[in-house]
Design a protein around this ligand. Structure first.
Ligand code: ADP
Ligand code: ASP
Ligand code: MG
Length: 403
């Protein structure tokens, strides 16, 4: 078999843990499999590097950030290859560039355009263990890019797809996908299986155990994806097609996203085309919009509220400012002490009253809901950040997810 194994920040958090990873990888190799390893930076490293950049600038050039941040993953890749070689295995580390990962030029959240797996194939053919620095690629002009926070997951899935690997294992610091973040609800239950769609919603709604784009790609390429821990031999969670899951619970999981901000636009000129202009400009600036609420207008103007990731606030403000200057928007305000709690489950498609139960759970805790959005398989609520954990626990209880 050809197996891609990705190790997250905690799994390579110090030199001893990198040795532990080397042992695990060598075991897979000794079992006769071809192995491509994808590594993250040591935990805390990416944030440390961002801190260095912010020492000089509040808004450093994105291309320079990428040059800086991509170094974290290269350190672990090289160290792991050195450790494996010392154990008598033939291993070679590769940067994103060497691994053939070509992206667009949207620095700090670039999209993979194509992968040329020639170098990886050649090394595998020579019997080598290939160790790829995750989280990074290179533009067609040769500039280094990164794939968004948590992007080593995406590297692993994309490589698994390009190499047509039999299995892609994501090793992390929890033993699989749980009904919610086990750090918030210790009695959360580990799931044996979860559908791509549910996992995609959970990841998009804040469950950082897998980067959402990695799940999207895994679904598209039909990659066999397993999340498990690097610390024990416990079996993990299989992320698979919905039809492979017999029992479909009403609600599979709860996600929390504290990394959201709310932007309120007041006195927006109520004319055809205005929403299109605002949101097109925001999209062009790379701002990720989530929930949008437009109120009923009167006197020729209306209010629009929407949420964005906190990291996109700076860019969003710059766009909003241009509309204020042109007089299309009268006033704006920003709130970054909000959070979004969401319940996710494919079973919702065929049941009524699921959302009502969530609202009741919030009401019982006296938590005010300021925005709501729903889809076939999720209900999201924006609430005050100080109630984040309480809301997650109450929802977990309301849907009896520990049972
Ligand atoms: P890595 O560094 O290995 O990529 P991350 O820190 O990105 O790991 O993701 C793992 C973390 O995701 C866990 O420690 C856990 O706190 C969090 N998490 C959030 N939601 C879930 C969930 N539903 N199931 C499991 N872990 C979750
Ligand atoms: N090191 C990067 C981050 O912290 C990528 C990753 O760990 O997946 O976001
Ligand atoms: Mg991660």
């Amino acid at each position: 078999m050809l197996i891609v194994q990705k190790f997250g920040g905690t799994s390579v958090g110090d030199l001893e843990r990198i040795q532990n990873v080397a042992n695990r990888v060598s075991k897979t190799k000794k079992e006769g499999h071809d192995v491509v390893v994808v590594v993250s930076a040591m935990s805390g490293e990416t944030n440390k590097l961002i801190g260095y950049a912010e020492h000089y600038s509040k808004n450093p050039a994105r291309a320079e950030l990428d040059m800086l941040l991509s170094s974290g993953e290269r350190v672990t890749a090289a160290l792991l290859a050195i450790a494996l070689n010392e154990m008598g295995f033939s291993a070679v580390s590769m940067s994103g560039r060497k691994a053939g990962i070509v992206t667009d030029s949207l620095h700090t959240k670039a999209r993979i355009e194509e992968i040329d797996p020639t170098a990886m194939h050649e090394s595998l053919k020579e019997g080598k263990i290939v160790v790829v620095a995750g989280f990074q690629g290179v533009t067609s002009e040769g500039r280094v890019t990164t794939l968004g926070r948590g992007g080593s997951d995406l590297s692993a899935v994309a490589i698994a797809g390009a190499l047509k690997a039999d299995l892609c294992e994501i090793y992390t610091d929890v033993s699989g996908i749980f009904t919610t973040d086990p750090r918030i609800v210790p009695k959360a239950k580990k799931l044996d299986k979860i559908s791509y769609d549910e996992m995609l919603e959970l990841a998009s709604l804040g469950a950082k155990v897998l980067q959402n784009r990695s799940v999207e790609l895994a679904k598209k390429l039909n990659v066999n994806l397993v999340t498990r821990t690097s610390f024990t031999d416990e079996e993990g969670t299989l992320i698979t097609k919905e039809e492979n899951i017999m029992e479909k619970p009403l609600v599979s999981g709860i996600a929390l996203d504290k990394n959201q901000a709310r932007i309120s636009l007041m006195g927006v000129k109520d004319r055809p085309g205005i929403a299109s202009e605002i949101f097109n400009k925001l999209a062009k600036a790379g701002v990720n919009i989530d929930m949008i609420i437009q109120n009923v207008g009167h006197d020729g103007s209306t209010n629009i509220d929407f949420t964005v990731p906190v990291g996109d606030l700076h860019d969003a403000k710059a766009v909003v400012d241009t509309f204020i200057q042109s007089g299309d928007i009268k006033d704006d305000s920003y709130n970054d002490s909000i959070c979004k709690v969401s319940i996710v489950g494919v079973g919702m498609k065929s049941h009524t009253g699921v959302a009502a139960k969530a609202f009741t759970a919030m009401a019982n805790e006296n938590i005010n809901i300021s925005m709501i959005s729903t889809s076939e398989i999720k209900v999201s609520m924006v609430i005050d950040e100080k109630y984040a954990e309480l809301a997650v626990r109450s929802l977990h209880d309301a849907y009896e997810l520990d049972k």
